[in-house]
Design a protein around this ligand. Structure first.
Ligand code: 5GP
Length: 194
């Protein structure tokens, strides 16, 4: 997605540990207009997949997932990382190792917000080693629902997550695919390199 690649080139910075910082449009300050376009792109890519619900994880997945839900006219549920007093025991839970924070988080969603006949589109901001997506796939498995696909705003193709998702036969779409962050430079993967 050219608009997104241009924005990454303009505003992204590379941090040690192969982390791309995009906190002025995605991870801290959020650009609603760009998120709206991102939602439209997810709609275009998963239009024929019969999606009934979108699943993401708080907090940075919420903005793109919400816009995808708006454009696709389906509800959005986000897995919570912290157990709230208003969450009961009626939960699906998975343990996820956070790439950027280097801690384990239990992510949970209330069973009321996933139906057995759902077809779930998983959305997240980044795909790195695939832990967050794997946690959401585990929740889908526990709920015995079909997964329509995985959509990420930015994937770091050189890390494990990309192949891990494809190896499970899941339809994966990344709106920007980064081949390398070497020498503090963002290099995008060729568009047809799946
Ligand atoms: P994974 O679970 O695939 O290893 O990492 C995905 C999660 O880690 C994302 O939800 C995102 O919050 C965070 N993350 C991983 N790599 C990056 C990165 O390069 N930049 C930013 N801003 N977040 C990242």
């Amino acid at each position: 997605m050219k608009l997104l690649e241009d924005r990454i080139k303009r505003d992204g910075t590379v941090l040690p540990g192969e982390v791309l910082k995009v906190d002025n449009f995605l991870n801290h300050q959020v650009d609603p207009q760009l998120m709206y376009e991102i939602g439209g792109e997810f709609k275009r890519l998963f239009e024929d997949a019969g999606v009934t619900r979108i699943l993401t994880v708080e907090s940075s997945g919420i903005a793109p997932a919400l816009m995808a839900g708006l454009r696709m006219n389906v509800p959005v549920v986000f897995a919570r990382k912290h157990r709230s007093l208003t969450l009961t025991d009626n939960l699906y839970t998975a343990t996820v190792y956070s790439y950027t924070k280097q801690v384990n988080n239990d992510i949970s969603i209330d069973k009321r917000f996933i139906d057995p006949d759902d077809k779930i589109l998983i959305i997240d901001d980044f795909l790195a080693n695939g832990q967050a997506v794997q946690g959401m796939l585990e929740i889908c498995k526990a709920a015995q629902v079909e997964v329509a696909g995985v959509g990420v705003v930015i994937e770091k193709r050189f890390q494990k997550g990309h192949q891990m998702v494809l190896d499970q036969g899941i339809h994966l779409e990344a709106l920007a695919s980064i081949a390398s962050l070497d020498d503090n430079q963002v290099t995008f993967a060729a568009p047809d390199a799946k």
